[in-house]
Unconditional design. Structure first.
Length: 501
C-alpha cells in the first residue's frame, strides 16, 4: 500500500532572493527555475534555453507531489480523476493563505497601499505610470499588480473595468476547469459494441488531443475483444453527442480553431503541426472515425461500409478506452501555446461537470460559477467562450491578476498548473519570440499573451528584486500596431523585475 501523502508545511516567501524564490516556484523533474533567472548572466542563458526547449513545460503535467497533495486533500474530483504516482519532487512553496483582500465577500479588490513599509506602491506608480501612457497601448488601458504573499494590490489603473481579454481569458478557463475537475482528471474516448458484436461505436468524450497512436491502440483492443467473440466484420458508428449546440465558433471557419466536437483527431489539424494556425478539418469527427475504420481494418476487423454518425446502443458494452493526458498537462499546454481547441474543450468539460449543456452558453455559465467559488470580483465579466477568440469576452485586470494569485495560494494546489503553464519570456510558447537579453525580462517573466486586432494583453507573474512573487495584468484596446503594443506591454512587465526602480 502506498504511503499516505503528507502535506508539507508552507512558509511565507519573506525576503528570499529572486533566484531562490523562482527556483522553488518551478522545480520540475530536477530542472529548477534558477536556470531561467540565471539568464541575467551570459553563461546561464544558453543553459536555460536548452533546458526549456528540451523538456517543455507540460512534459509531466503538474508536479506529481502537488497532485498527490491536492488529491489527498479531497479538493478535486471528476469521473476519471486518478491520483498521480507518489514519487517526484516536493510541492513548491507559494504565497500564504492571506489572499482575502483579492476578493472579499463584498466582491471588492483591495486598493493600492501607498503606506506600505517599502514604498512599493509609490515606486510602482512612478515607474508604471509613464509606461502606461505609451500611445502604442491604444485608446484604453488597464493594469493591476498584486503581491501574492499578502494579497495586497500594489498598483491599479482601471483595475475593475471589464475589457476584451483576447487569449488571456484562457487563465479563467483553465482555473475553472481545474476547480471543477481537478488536475488528475482525464478525458475518455471509448469504443462500445452492441450485444451481438455486429455494431461498434466510437464515442468521443471531448479529447481534442486524441492522436493516431491512441486510435491504433483503441482499434487493437477493439479487434481483440471482437475476435474473442468470433466477429470479423462490423458496422461502424461514431458518437459526438457528448457536446451540444453549434460546433462552429462565432468567428466562423478559421485556421486558429477547428469546429468544436466531442470527437476529433489532432485538434482537426490537416498538417503535421501541433500548435499555432493550421488548415482545419470541416468535420473532425468524421475524419477521426475514418481513421479508426482504417485502423480496425489493419487489425483484422473489416467495416461493412463507411462510418456513420449515431449514438451507442443503450445495451452496448465498452470494449476499449483511451484516457487523455491529465488535466494538469492539458492546462499547461493550453497556456503555453495559447491552444484554442484545448481551451474550448476545457470549457465544455467544466460544463459537463456542472451538469450544464456542453455548448458555448452552458460553458459560460459553468465557468462563471466556478470562478465565483474563488471569491474574486466578477462584476461585468463575460466568458463568451473558452479561448478568447470571441470579442464579447469581458474580463477585468483585477480578475486576471487575482486568478494568478489564487493559483499561488497553498490552499489551492490544484491550480498550480496555471502558473507552471505560463510561457517563459524569451524561451517558450507564445513568449519565445518576445523579450531580448537587452530588455532585461528574458527568463524572469512568465505570462499569458492575448492578441486580437486592436487588442493586446499580457498577464502573468514575476519575481521582483525584493523576492516577492507579483501577479500582474496589463490590458490595452484600440491599438494600431500589434508589434508596438506588445513591446509596450513587455516593457511594463520588465519594469516589475527591473532592479533600478
Amino acid at each position: 500500500m502506498a504511503e499516505p501523502v503528507k502535506r508539507p508545511s508552507i512558509k511565507p516567501f519573506g525576503k528570499l532572493s529572486r533566484t531562490t524564490l523562482a527556483g522553488r516556484l518551478d522545480m520540475r523533474n530536477g530542472l529548477s527555475n534558477w536556470q531561467f533567472t540565471a539568464v541575467s548572466a551570459a553563461a546561464g542563458l544558453a543553459l536555460a534555453a536548452g533546458a526549456v526547449l528540451a523538456a517543455g513545460p507540460w512534459d509531466s503535467g503538474q508536479r506529481k507531489a502537488e497532485q498527490d497533495w491536492a488529491a489527498a486533500g479531497d479538493r478535486t474530483g471528476g469521473v476519471h480523476h486518478e491520483p498521480a504516482a507518489p514519487d517526484g519532487p516536493a510541492p513548491a512553496p507559494s504565497a500564504p493563505a492571506v489572499l482575502a483582500a483579492l476578493g472579499t465577500t463584498a466582491g471588492k479588490a483591495a486598493p493600492a497601499d501607498p503606506g506600505a513599509p517599502d514604498g512599493a506602491a509609490a515606486r510602482l506608480r512612478s515607474v508604471l505610470g509613464p509606461l502606461l501612457k505609451d500611445p502604442a497601448l491604444g485608446t484604453r488601458r488597464s493594469a493591476v499588480v498584486v503581491d501574492t504573499a499578502t494579497g495586497k494590490r500594489l498598483y491599479g489603473l482601471g483595475a475593475d473595468t471589464p475589457m476584451t481579454p483576447a487569449s488571456t481569458v484562457k487563465i479563467a478557463t483553465t482555473v475553472a476547469a481545474l476547480t471543477a475537475l481537478g488536475p488528475g482528471h482525464r478525458i475518455p474516448t471509448t469504443v462500445r459494441a452492441s450485444a451481438d458484436l455486429r455494431t461498434v461505436t466510437l464515442v468521443g468524450g471531448g479529447d481534442p488531443t486524441l492522436d493516431r497512436a491512441a486510435l491504433r491502440t483503441l482499434a487493437a483492443d477493439t479487434a481483440r475483444a471482437l475476435k474473442d467473440g468470433r466477429t470479423g466484420s462490423v458496422r461502424l458508428r461514431y458518437d459526438t453527442s457528448g457536446y451540444s449546440g453549434p460546433a462552429l465558433h462565432p468567428i466562423g471557419p478559421n485556421e486558429n480553431i477547428a469546429p468544436v466536437s466531442a470527437l476529433m483527431l489532432d485538434e482537426g489539424r490537416l498538417d503535421d503541426t501541433s500548435s499555432g494556425p493550421a488548415p482545419r478539418s470541416g468535420d473532425p469527427a468524421r475524419d477521426a472515425a475514418d481513421a479508426f475504420a482504417e485502423l480496425l481494418d489493419e487489425a483484422g476487423i473489416s467495416t461493412e461500409s463507411g462510418p456513420a454518425p449515431g449514438r451507442a446502443a443503450a445495451k452496448s458494452r465498452p470494449v476499449a478506452k483511451h484516457l487523455s493526458a491529465p488535466l494538469s498537462a492539458l492546462v499547461e499546454r493550453t497556456l503555453t501555446n495559447s491552444d484554442n481547441d484545448i481551451a474550448e474543450a476545457l470549457a465544455r468539460q467544466t460544463a459537463l461537470a456542472a451538469g450544464e449543456p456542453a455548448d458555448f452558453k452552458g460553458s459560460r455559465r459553468a465557468v462563471t460559477a466556478q470562478l465565483k467559488k474563488l471569491g474574486l470580483p466578477l462584476k461585468g465579466v463575460i466568458t463568451a467562450d473558452g479561448s478568447g477568440l470571441n470579442r464579447q469576452d469581458k474580463v477585468s485586470a483585477a480578475l486576471l491578476a487575482g486568478l494568478l494569485a489564487r493559483a499561488a495560494d497553498p490552499d489551492h494546489p490544484e491550480l498550480r498548473p496555471v502558473l507552471t503553464g505560463l510561457p517563459v519570456a524569451g524561451f517558450s510558447g507564445t513568449l519565445r519570440g518576445r523579450y531580448t537579453t537587452e530588455s532585461g525580462g528574458t527568463g524572469l517573466i512568465r505570462a499569458k499573451t492575448g492578441t486580437l486586432t486592436g487588442v493586446n494583453t499580457l498577464s502573468g507573474t514575476v519575481v521582483d528584486v525584493h523576492g516577492r512573487l507579483l501577479a500582474f495584468a496589463f490590458m490595452a484596446s484600440g491599438t494600431s500596431s500589434p508589434s508596438e503594443a506588445q513591446s509596450a506591454l513587455d516593457k511594463l512587465a520588465t519594469a516589475l523585475a527591473d532592479g533600478k526602480r
